[in-house]
Design a protein around this ligand. Structure first.
Ligand SMILES: Cc1ncc(C[n+]2csc(CCOP(=O)(O)OP(=O)(O)O)c2C)c(N)n1
Length: 328
């Protein structure tokens, strides 16, 4: 590799590291204020899975779209949503991304092409395929990416969405994040046959498999897959193995797995992996430290913003809804 190529890779690595650290920092900040009772409801954290949103979204343009899941904070941040408005959304405040009506599981930010997190498992698939169909009809060159977990591949929308995308050659990248669990269950207990990649291939969709804790590898695989989508070759599928370090929800004490298992998987932290690689490539410790400090400041400011934001009044309940109906 030439010096210029090495420098480009280091710059990319720093971009991905910053994206992952911002995601981790947002979720750790959210977890700490949730523990103080400031956030209503539960949170689904994606700690340990940050390489996926960072690696995929680094290949997307602002005008490209994504659809996400109940575990969607990372996807939102990597696509460009602002942590302050996201935090206010978690708090249920007026300055939230969805004016406090969606909460953690329903953050959407159309300004950055983030079409929505989704409380319905597999619910994002139809949305992403629809966005890709719109892009095809408009001929505007946009692509859409759809994140979902291994649990979603056993739901009907998976078959319907992949099939529809294939027959119409839609520019959509399906991204299956296999984090070792569907809620409290291992994928092997719920998924028949050889699993998600084989199902995608059986529909004729080019499929890439990658180590989901290696941000650079995720980036490169997504780049290749998205290039096919952009060139009009139709859908592509990216399957990645990663690991959910925290519980399914913030309230889950994970009695279904051993502490040793978690300990082992923590040693494969995607952020630490990339940090170590960048240090080996000559990036100074101070530069790496600065990324973490900046993220920490950004998230503390996000919390302050959320706390200062008003609670929506009752009159807000029927604003922004498609059909509020006639008042009785
Ligand atoms: C249609 C539907 N069925 C069931 C649920 C309940 N549920 C919430 S999360 C979850 C597990 C999803 O697993 P996976 O897609 O692998 O995502 P992960 O939680 O592992 O990130 C289930 C079954 C739901 N939200 N929607």
């Amino acid at each position: 590799m030439s010096v210029a190529q090495t420098n480009t890779r280091v710059a990319l690595g720093l971009e991905l590291l910053r994206s992952m650290i911002r995601i981790r920092s947002f979720e750790e900040a959210a977890r700490s204020v949730h523990a103080k009772g400031e956030i209503p409801g539960v949170l689904h954290l994606s700690i340990g899975q940050e390489a996926m949103p960072a690696g995929v979204c680094a290949n997307l343009r602002l005008t490209d779209t994504i659809a996400s899941t109940h575990r969607g904070h990372g996807h939102c941040i990597a696509k460009g949503a602002g942590p302050a408005a996201m935090m206010a959304e978690l708090f249920g405040r007026l300055d939230g991304t969805c004016r406090g009506k969606g909460g953690s599981m329903h953050i959407a930010d159309f300004a950055v092409g983030m079409l929505g997190a989704n409380g319905v498992v597999g619910g994002g698939i139809g949305i992403a395929v629809g966005a890709a169909q719109a892009a095809r009809l408009l001929g505007d060159g946009r692509v859409s990416a759809c994140f979902f977990g291994d649990g979603a591949v056993n739901r009907g929308p998976f078959l319907e969405g992949l099939n529809w995308a294939r027959i119409y050659d839609l520019p959509v990248l399906f991204v299956c994040e296999d984090n070792g669990f569907a809620a409290f269950t291992r994928p092997t207990e719920t998924t028949g046959g050889p699993g998600a990649p084989a199902r995608a291939r059986s529909i004729g969709i080019p499929t890439f498999e990658v180590d989901g804790n290696d941000a650079m590898a995720v980036h490169d695989a997504a780049a290749e897959a998205l290039e096919q989508c952009r060139r009009g070759k139709g859908p592509a599928f990216l399957y990645a193995l990663t690991y959910r370090i925290d519980g399914h929800t913030i309230a889950d004490r994970t009695p279904y797995r051993s502490a040793e298992e978690v300990q082992l998987r923590r040693a494969d932290d995607p952020i630490e992996r990339l940090r170590a690689t960048l240090a080996e490539q000559g990036v100074e410790a101070a530069a790496l430290m600065r990324i973490a400090v900046e993220a920490e400041h950004e998230m503390q400011a996000a919390i302050a913003f959320a706390r200062a934001s008003p609670i929506p009044g009752v009159h807000e309940a029927l604003s922004d809804v498609q059909d509020a109906g006639a008042p009785s």
